[in-house]
Design a protein around this ligand. Sequence first.
Ligand SMILES: C[S@@+](CC[C@H](N)C(=O)[O-])C[C@H]1O[C@@H](n2cnc3c(N)ncnc32)[C@H](O)[C@@H]1O
Length: 490
Amino acid sequence: MDAEILAWFTRQGGTYDAERFGLSQFPGQGRGAIALTDIPEDHTLFSIPRDLTLSLRTSSLPASFGLGAWKSGGLSTGWAGLMLCMMWEESKSSESKWSVYFQSMPSTFSTPMFWNEQEIEELEGTAVVDKIGRQDAEKDYHERVLPALQSRPDLFPPHLLDVHFTLERYHMMGSRILSRSFTVENWDSADDDEEEEEFNEMDVDSSPSRGQQDQNAQREAKDGEEKFHDEVAEEDEDEEDPSDVAMVPMADILNARYGSENAKLFYEKHTLRMVSTKPISAGEQIWNTYGDPPNSDLLRRYGHVDQVPLPQGDVGNPADIVEIRADLVVSTANSQADQERIDWWLEEGGDDTFILDNDFDLPETMISLIKLVQLPSADWEKAKQKGKPPKPKVDAGVLAVIVDVLNKRLAQYGTSVQEDTELLSTRTDLTDNHKNAVVVRLGEKRILSIVLEQQQQQLQAMQSHVTDVKRKRGAESSTCSTHTAKKGKR
Ligand SMILES: C[S@@+](CC[C@H](N)C(=O)[O-])C[C@H]1O[C@@H](n2cnc3c(N)ncnc32)[C@H](O)[C@@H]1O
């Protein structure tokens, strides 16, 4: 397949440095890219014509379907439209210019979307469980895709429906987008003077940066076709423009690992260019970046986890995080917390989830919320009037709540740190899915345990300081009363 995909890529106008850039299989990672000889920094590995990317802008389906019907059928928001385009392009076999590309892509995935119930139970307590999104995808398929398929037998011949347009294939396309797509914005004519612009990493799941959003807002359609596609995707500046989500052949062959990036995609007016960002030695893997997400996100989107040496010893993903829901914090801080304060907190833009990461610092907003739900009524009225939540000042009372929250959060996992560490070191028979689930939950629990230990120590120090002060005061007052007594005696 490697030779076929490279030959197809060249036929379609792509170019690559055949002397230096090659494809290879990497154990546990599938296909990837390899340096055939030493590659200097800033060297172009390959170039992809923009029209070889596959998106709502380049597939002819939206135009054939008609703008009005595309929009009224709900295909202009989210990924449903692109997933339908991909199923349609693949159904056209060799009539689609991407047919060889489709053949080269995986059709099975190790993401939790395809795990059985027992496997998903292994993820209990992690940030993955609530984000798998299978039900939402199936709702989209039934409400948006099926009606479209049924409305246009000329585009979707009935005898092909059970082959290329099934729910199963819809999930497959969704997983291909999740693990392989890039955000490819239209070329802005204002950028014409610039030689090149760095292209954001492969990461369609996160919102575009503020700068990108501003660019989107300023962007004007340049010709009729682009205008059509800009209209096809419903404009909402806060949301990713579905027309920007693109499959990028060749660029999506690069694997990624935390902190290993040595190549990056740059975009230009007519092409996207993969360029080395460091010297790469012959035989080394050529790595892109997926934005160094935590293992929970890596597993959910890409189906693998990163394990590199951690500063505190052992291996794991330095980008791991733990999510703590605000409702756990509120119920721990004050089980009688009044709803008005919580509504106010959320209306003022307060977080509904707090994040702990490998800095092990407590989020100040979490401290502020604890104080808010414990404020005496008069102070709450003042805070409301000022429109300011309480200052995130830690005292022994707050620390005791935090310790309680962390203990409760740890108890949400089905296993302990010790049990997971033992599982990974002693059980050689774990399936890949089971092992990945253990790595994700262990990474989260390690952060929680470290933060818990730090907070417990701080609480103890504060409590013993208070005891010391009290003892000192007690000693002083007893000296004082002896003195007084003595005085009185006189
Ligand atoms: C963009 S594709 C890269 C090409 C892919 N390896 C292939 O065979 O087509 C992303 C997928 O590659 C695999 N992958 C990438 N980096 C990996 C890594 N560090 N460890 C394990 N698998 C990895 C995962 O399956 C991921 O979903």
